[in-house]
Design a protein around this ligand. Sequence first.
Ligand SMILES: [Zn+2]
Ligand SMILES: [Zn+2]
Length: 274
Amino acid sequence: MLTDQKIGRILNKRTEGVIKVSTFFVETHTHLDLIKKNTQEVVRDAAEKKVTKMVTIGIDLESSKIALEFASRFEGVYAAIGFHPHESKFLDEENLKELEELTRKDKVVAVGETGLDYYWKHSTLPCQMEVFKKQISLARKLNLPLIIHDREAHRDTLKILAEEAKGLKILLHCFSGDLNMAKVCIERGYYLGIGGVVTFNNAKKLRAIVKEVSLENLVLETDSPYLAPHPFRGKPNEPKYIPLIAEKIAEIKGISLEKVAKITSKTAQEFFGI
Ligand SMILES: [Zn+2]
Ligand SMILES: [Zn+2]
C-alpha cells in the first residue's frame, strides 16, 4: 500500500529532474513569510529549478517588513509592499505613512498586493475600494508598478483601475477573469499572472485564455504557499514549482519551455525593473 510518505517521494521525484532551459525563471508572486519552511532552503530549492528571481509580496505592514528583510538577505529576492484587500480594515493614516516609508527602500519593486476580494469580504466593500485607491495613489507617487488581487470583483477592479491608475504598470495576479476581460486588460496594457490553477483539471477557461493571448502578456507566479500546481495540488506550494506552470503553458501554446522561460522572464524583468 502507498503511504503518504511514499506518495510524497514519488511526487518529489517528478520535480527532481534538471530543468532543461538555458535561461532562468522569474517568480512574480510568492509569500515567502507564509511558507512554513526555512526561507534560505526555499530560495535555494527554487534556484536549483532555475527560479533565480522572485518577488515576495506583502499583505500588511508586518509582512511587508518581512518581505523587505528577505529582499535584503537574498540576492534574487525583491519585495512588493502593500495591504491585501482582506487586511484593508487595518490600514489607517499612520500605517499608510509607514507603508510609504517602506516603499521607498531598496529592492522594493511594486505596490501590492492590493485590490478587491468580493469572495471572502474580510473587509467591507467601501473600505476595500478606498484602500485600493490609496495604494494606487502611492504607486503613482513613487512611480512603482501595481500588483492587483481581484477575486470575484472584476467589474469594480477594472472600473477603479480605469479611473485611477491610468499610465501605471498593472499586473493582475492569479488572473481569474474570462477571455473578454483578458482582452480588455491586454488592450489597456496590463499583464496577467498565471499560476498553478492553469494545471488544474477544471481550469479549461484559463487554459483557453492562455492559448489565445500572446505570451508577451503573461508572467509566471505560484502565489505560494497557496495553489500548488498539479501534481502537488492541495499541498504546500513553493517558488520551485514555477517550471511546472511554465511547462503547462508551453504545452497549451505548443511551444518550447525555453521560449516560455525566455519571454516571461524578459517581461517580468522589464515590468519590475529587475
Ligand atoms: Zn492575491
Ligand atoms: Zn498573494
